[in-house]
Design a protein around this ligand. Structure first.
Ligand code: PAF
Length: 280
């Protein structure tokens, strides 16, 4: 695997790798890679001839009270993992490359970005859409791979790709989980040993709510209330727990068929997010 940090080097490596019409799959990341990311790289290898990953801790997607400077930087370990998984090219630009002055342009996907994580983290998805569009323009991949743990992020980015006619196939990969159900996430590193024991309750509560919806047990409002109470009892501080329509992530009614339950909850210092899909 080659690692490049400048745009010129990225372009020259990409043109070599693309020789003979080879296709490119792209996996953008913020580093601190874990098994969940490795599933994305493995899928990228299935979808295209060449796998390109990026590591860039994107400042514009962090809120004022969020710890950008404390975000784990583990480049050497990340490289080892990427090499072991068969990644061909790693792009590690710095802030000046990604946000050259005058830095006056932002990308905004409307509506979906005001809900769920967008409501708790204003401006977050503008930062995400902006950086991902910049990467798409630099790498020009055939396929882009994202984890479905960030279901709302994937929906926002898919909408951006469709609205802007970008010739990129968007693939969402199912969430990788530990044996006890906890979704793989960089945030899990913030959990103490006791919190790590509690953390799988988030997915269990999603599964219980899914089962209750499938057997028409109660109204969505009362299931949501019960789920939040269960999170509290387990030791979480729920941020949101929303039963939504999968298409546009708006609140679902009992008549809707394709659903996703989206949840975020604080456990100590960690803000965990997860979701579960339902077809009725
Ligand atoms: O999911 C992430 O790690 C980030 O939001 C992304 C897509 C790499 C953009 O910075």
């Amino acid at each position: 695997m080659k690692t490049v940090a400048s745009l010129d080097d990225l372009r020259s490596q990409l043109s070599e790798l693309r020789a003979g019409g080879k296709t490119v799959a792209f996996v953008p990341t913020m580093g601190n890679l874990h098994e969940g990311h490795m599933r994305l790289i493995a899928r990228a290898r299935e979808e295209a001839d060449v796998v390109v990953a990026s590591i860039f801790i994107n400042p514009t997607q962090f809120g004022e009270n969020e710890d950008l400077s404390g975000y784990p930087r583990t480049l050497e370990d990340d490289k080892k993992r990427l090499i072991a998984e068969g990644c061909h090219l790693l792009f590690t630009p710095n802030r000046d490359i990604m946000y050259p002055e005058p830095d006056l342009t932002r990308v905004e996907v409307k509506k979906i970005t005001t809900l769920h994580c967008g409501a708790s983290r204003p401006g977050h998805f503008v930062g995400v859409a902006t950086i991902v569009l910049k990467f798409f323009n630099q790498v020009q991949p055939d396929v882009a791979i994202f984890g479905l743990k960030d279901f709302q992020q994937f929906t926002v980015l898919k909408t951006m790709v469709e609205n802007l006619f970008l010739p990129i196939r968007m693939i969402g990969v199912d969430t990788g989980r530990a044996d006890d159900g906890l979704a793989h996430s960089s945030r899990n590193n913030y959990l103490t040993a006791d919190e790590r024991e509690i953390a799988p309750r988030l997915y269990q509560i999603l599964q219980q709510t899914k089962a209750a919806i499938e057997s028409d047990e109660a109204s969505f409002a009362s299931l949501t209330r019960k789920a939040k109470e269960a999170l509290h009892e387990a030791g979480f501080t729920p941020d949101y727990f929303n039963i939504s329509r999968r298409l546009d992530l708006e609140p679902a009614t009992e008549e809707d068929r394709e659903l996703v339950i989206l949840a975020a909850a604080f456990l100590g210092k960690a803000r965990l997010i997860d979701n579960i899909q339902i077809n009725r």
